[in-house]
Design a protein around this ligand. Structure first.
Ligand code: CU
Length: 135
């Protein structure tokens, strides 16, 4: 079978289309993996105190939190059979460096924070991280 110019062009277009879809797919998968949504899930008001609940164990859930500024705030960090490095809590800004109980709720006073402030927490190996953004 002879391949003419038209067929070569058609094959080229097909290959190009296929590669475009493949590249788009890879990019999309990548962006989905890196996009982190901030949430106010787990943030509640308890008689005038803003309480933020985060579960620790193989990461933090949620790990990007939106909280209100200018209100007394407490962080409740929950462990439940947590034996990985998230059982060690490091909040550099607050000089918090402590072991959490394998199961339980540890309260950390965050005080009242200004709008635009962020508090970051890390596990014992700096692998996992959570950010609380105040606004
Ligand atoms: Cu870690």
């Amino acid at each position: 079978m002879k391949i003419n110019k038209k067929q070569t062009l058609q094959v080229s277009v097909l290959i190009f289309a296929f590669l475009s879809v493949a590249v788009a797919g890879v990019l999309l998968a990548k962006s989905n993996a890196t996009v982190v949504e901030y949430t106010n899930k787990g943030v509640r008001l308890e008689s005038g105190v803003q309480v933020i609940s985060i579960k620790a164990g193989l990461g933090y859930a949620p790990n990007r939190i939106l909280a209100q500024a200018n209100i007394p705030t407490r962080l409740d960090i929950e462990t439940n059979n947590t034996y990985d490095c998230t059982a060690y809590l490091n909040i550099p800004k607050l000089n918090v460096k402590e072991f959490l109980p394998p199961t339980g709720v540890t309260q950390v006073q965050l005080e009242s924070r200004a709008s635009g402030e962020e508090i970051e927490g890390y596990c014992g190996s700096d692998t996992y991280k959570f950010i609380i953004k105040f606004s």
